[in-house]
Write a protein that binds this ligand. Sequence first.
Ligand code: SF4
Ligand code: SF4
Length: 501
Amino acid sequence: MAVNYFYPEYEAARNYDRCINCRVCEKQCANSVHEYIEELDKMTSDDSKCVNCHRCVSLCLTRALKIVKSGNTYRENANWSAGIMNELYRQAETGGVLLSSMGNPEPYPVYFNKILINASQVTNPSIDPLREPMETKVILGAKPQIIERDKAGKIKNNLPPQLNLSIPIMFSAMSYGSLSYNAHESLARAAEEMGILYNTGEGGLHEDFYRYGKNTIVQVASGRFGVHRAYLEAGAAIEIKMGQGAKPGIGGHLPGSKIVGDISKTRMIPEGSDAISPAPHHDIYSIEDLRQLVFSLKTATGFKKPVIVKIAAVHNVAAISSGIARSGADIIVIDGFRGGTGAAPTRIRDHVGIPIELALASVDKRLRDEGIRDRVSIVAGGGIRSSADIVKIIALGADAVYIGTSALLAMGCHLCRSCHTGKCNWGIASQIPELTRRLNPDIAYKRLVNLLKAWEHEIKEMMGGMGINSIEALKGNRLMLRGIGLNARELDVLGIRHAGE
Ligand code: SF4
Ligand code: SF4
């Protein structure tokens, strides 16, 4: 007799007094959880397939459905949780590496939740952002240490290329292939409307999106998928991806099942072949090698575009960043271990890397100590959930942030963490036409714009409350932060004092 080691994690609880057998849930669930049984004239559910994406719940007009966490328990203890036991059973069954999507869910400290923001009172009064100017514009790129002017006051320096952002927020790298065409279009249109940038990720740039070039960062990753001269020239900046917060130290893998049609053309690889990017760039084994790639890309684009180097937040991130700053890169991206992904080995995602708050603070301090902070801008990503997180990370030293998961949520993602299955019921992380057409770019792009405008307003309010009227004045302003419930070592790394001090 077969033994069933697993009990469903979620249950679709149906209120039969409300259910009208409209079968919407059956049509909407790509995981085939719901089924209409004609003989019984009744809907039933196979709970074992439910990933709790809430699609059926959101579309059930009579509110007959809710997804509940299964009440079934294992004999858990502090050492062996139900999750760990389930994962072990799965590996014993399949012999395979566990795969997951989205960011690290483990209960490590979230330092954003342990940092509080200051407010002005009496002296240095607060500023009302509705009545007084408040500057949220950010200019990213290497800055000269000394500004030289001619007799007429004109700047004589040859300024390196810069990126102008209306707010200190960009959409992080998410490739066409891991995301649907409609999701990419939504990001590109929102970036254009808001005067910020989105990022192609390692999937190349679909020919339809070349028109958003001035709002696009084109990525060069270890697989070099979709990288060619026109691609490099199309973007406003070029990002070399050395690492990613969700999977430091390993490459990427988009399964062949997702390499179809335009995705195969855009990546310049045959349909159905797996897109595997190697863990290292095979031409980079030192900072000198990285420097060569930075300069190759600059030369290829006439020194007109800033070059960004993206790394994962790992133990020696400050030393690595110091090397990158000296490699000629204009912008460094630090990606924390809570950063999302379309697919990553679960063990890597959950156990490798460090939080962005600690990584960013130590990078900023190291570059300032070495007197090279102005040589590069720093963008922080991996776990930014709100405007308050943005204010805190900028006060810790970032120039701007990347958001990925937050942007997906704005478009409708319900964090079911099943992107790697390709069956995203919200049409975001899928290439199945019946699913991708569920995401209407006219609506999704507007929701992204709404989110960014709301955050812009909140950032202005928080800055005004601190008596600060520009992002530039907030940057690295640790006096505006206090820790709560942190030990002396943590406060030291963050470079902030404890609340009450
Ligand atoms: S997977 Fe999503 S759509 Fe399917 S039953 Fe579960 S919550 Fe509903
Ligand atoms: S993008 Fe789709 S599959 Fe991925 S977590 Fe969000 S809703 Fe789930």
